[in-house]
Ligand binder design. Sequence first.
Ligand SMILES: *Cc1c(COP(=O)(O)O)cnc(C)c1O
Length: 354
Amino acid sequence: MDIRFEKREHLQEKPDQKNLGFGKHFTDYMFVMDWDKEQGWHDAAIVPYGGIPMDPATMVLHYAQETFEGMKAYRTAEGKIQLFRPEMNARRMIKSNERLCMPGVPEEMFVEAVKALVKAQEDWVPSEPGTSLYIRPFMFATEASLGVHMAKSYKFVIITTPVGAYYAEGINPVKILVEDEYVRAVKGGTGFTKCGGNYASSIAGQVKAEKMGCTQVLWLDGVHRKYVEEVGTMNIMFKIAGEIYTAPLEGTVLPGVTRDSLIHILRDWGYKVNETHLSIDDLMKAGHDGTLEEAFGTGTAAVVSPVGEFVYKDDSVIVNDFKIGELTQKLYDTLTGIQWGKLEDKYGWTTPVE
Ligand SMILES: *Cc1c(COP(=O)(O)O)cnc(C)c1O
């Protein structure tokens, strides 16, 4: 791929690595590339980070044809930079785009673009413990038209932001509201895609959770409001009587890269991982009778996020005395160990940026 490089005159001052937050600082450059029917993908470029002028009739603003991805670049102790399973993000975005009738960025092109952008501003990959460069590829319809149809043109963009730990509180357990009114996804819908629209309709649940002193929402299935699916931005796993439970990938749950990686590791360690429908009643029961040993969300941003409490209707259960569980901690240490190059990568999951 031919990538034009447009140099900016003044580079920004870098933020304090000890106080990065999440998605607050944006780097000097971004990657852009356009698609239309005649030319396919064209005009790939790394350009100064900045605004994207838009016609007010740009279709994404009206009908939300938009998909995105989330991944990270990690700096190892030797100062090298690596990505974690970037091809999984590339393939997932292709699937998201198929569902939304948007053109896919071929896998090799996607990974090459990510690597080129990270390489072009490698000084932005932080080195403080727990920090990384969060990478946000996204795509949207650019055609200016109010007719509802598959757009004739699209833009693929990658922006990057140095980040600290996802939760300001660190990896402390969080309190989660089990949502029994709103739903996130149904079979046949877009639950398995990473699209902005899924998030737009989920914010009401998030606002409600925050009002009730919770950090996140646990979504139940959209048909029966009975089976546990996933958390706002994470998949979720439970350890009940020694076995692991997580929702199956049947079109309503996001196929997380972290979920997949942890399932591999858990099975390697000899755990039985059940990708199955777990009802909220069974979960609360396990919480009350003490068989719910651990619960944790999984996702690129937070890696592993222990759950300390579930609130469901008038009931609530505390998990593991609101402390991080032994397995949760071990999974966190193992996965982050591989990602930051501190542990041997026996699965071949990391890819150098050189
Ligand atoms: C991104 C995302 C996840 C986690 O996926 P990872 O690939 O592990 O980061 C889970 N659920 C939803 C709804 C998401 O958007």
